[in-house]
Design a protein around this ligand. Structure first.
Ligand SMILES: *Cc1c(COP(=O)(O)O)cnc(C)c1O
Length: 403
């Protein structure tokens, strides 16, 4: 496996040194990596507009950072909207991308100046027509079967079939809405690049049948972060996706504007979740497998370990601070969280191995935890507070790193 990107970050010594000053558990973000990822996405997807999916990491400092880089935003609720407006982000840089919305929330977005809305059913379309008259609509397509190859599928709940979209287009025109575009999401952490081929072909078919020109194709998210399961490099994704775009939309003159809504791929790799080992236990005399109980678990940051879907790269203090794997003997462990709920076990079927000399009180580092961690944490199960996110301060000086 290739070296994880954060282990190559020049900020790593400062990040770890800053982390040492903080109580666990916490999530630390390397802002340099978010910036670099944003730049890389812009250069790899040249004529594609980027809308950051705020839900991936709504930390205001992260949002401000991507806003400064020129990002637009995929907004899912009035609470995200308020936060963005509070940061001075203009409403014309936002999509209201959630297909599930209350009439009063649509009216609220409209009153704040947001004019572009996602939709996938008649009832929602009528709500938009009433509460955000004349707005731009893009219709979300329900895709067939990308669930099996995405580690965190998003597809079934959202979107509708192509034939429904054709009806919605007609109805939108009747209601005085602006038929603007089409969208899809191939599933988050999508390992099968061909899913974009299928999705782009499907939207190109709808474009051909539309009575009015489709001006926007919103490709959603799905680009991967660096977890334990191998994925192709981002350059491979961008090369293939660009080729699919040219295949299905060959004429650059009439090609719609392309957009994407990266969440995970933009912020995940920049984050490290740092937790402390509370207890190491064996359940039986002969039992070989150690149970490692951490102060972080499913309810405070690691919910995407549900069904062991996302497998984070986990490093010990020794490994992350010395940059090498220790050559001590290792054995299988079960990793579990601190709460009184038996589902608060991160990994049990898939066996991580940890050094035999690992001791309680030392720390474990979960890499690529900058997305879907803090925003998914419970508010106070068993009284544990939501996990805190810190962005590495620019002026923080690294201290000597203890070995
Ligand atoms: C969650 C979401 C995204 C972000 O997806 P990632 O796989 O994290 O990049 C983008 N668009 C919509 C509509 C979403 O719901």
């Amino acid at each position: 496996m290739s070296i994880h990107p954060i282990l190559k970050s020049k900020n790593l010594p400062r990040l770890l040194s800053f982390s040492d000053t903080l109580p666990t558990p916490h999530i630390l973000i390397d802002p340099e990596m978010v910036k670099n990822e944003f730049k890389a996405l812009c250069s790899k997807f040249k004529s594609t507009k980027i809308f950051y999916a705020v839900k991936a990491n709504p930390n205001p400092e992260v949002v401000r950072l991507v806003a400064k880089m020129g990002s637009n935003f995929d907004v899912a609720s009035r609470y995200e909207l308020d936060m963005l407006i509070g940061l001075g982000i203009e409403p014309d840089r936002m999509f209201y991308g959630n297909t599930i919305k209350k009439a009063e929330d649509i009216a609220y977005f409209f009153s704040k100046g947001v004019r572009t809305y996602a939709s996938d059913c008649l009832e929602d379309l009528h709500k938009i027509a009433t509460n955000a008259p004349g707005s731009r609509i893009y219709f979300r397509l329900l895709l067939d079967g990308p669930e099996n190859t995405a580690d965190w599928p998003l597809s079934r709940k959202f979107g509708c079939r192509a034939e429904v979209i054709q009806d919605l287009i007609d109805e939108a025109l009747t209601c005085g809405l602006e038929v603007y575009g089409l969208s899809f999401h191939v599933g988050s952490q999508q390992r099968d690049i061909e899913q974009w081929d299928l999705a782009l072909r499907a939207v190109s078919e709808i474009c051909k049948l539309s009575p009015v020109p489709i001006r926007l194709i919103n490709m959603g998210g799905g680009l991967p972060a660096h977890y334990l399961q191998d994925t192709k490099p981002m350059a491979t994704y961008s090369a293939h996706i660009s080729r699919y775009i040219e295949k299905y939309f060959p004429d650059p003159e009439t090609r719609p504007q392309f957009a994407m809504e990266p969440g995970r791929s933009l912020v995940a790799d920049s984050g490290v979740l740092v937790s402390e080992i509370i207890t190491i236990a064996k359940k039986s005399v002969e039992g070989e497998v150690r149970w490692i109980f951490l102060d972080a678990g499913k309810f405070n940051g690691l919910i995407e370990t549900l069904d062991e879907s996302v497998k984070y790269v986990v490093k010990t203090e020794h490994e992350i601070k010395n940059g090498i794997s220790s050559d001590e003997p290792r054995s299988e462990v079960i990793l579990a969280g601190p709460t009184c709920d038996s589902m608060d076990i991160m990994y049990q079927d898939f066996k991580y191995t940890m050094p035999d000399n690992l001791a309680s009180g030392s720390r474990l580092y979960f890499l690529s935890t900058g997305a879907y961690t803090s925003s998914y944490a419970s508010v106070g199960f068993n009284g544990f507070p939501p996990i805190k996110t810190y962005v590495l301060p620019q002026n923080f000086e690294a201290r000597r790193i203890q070995k």
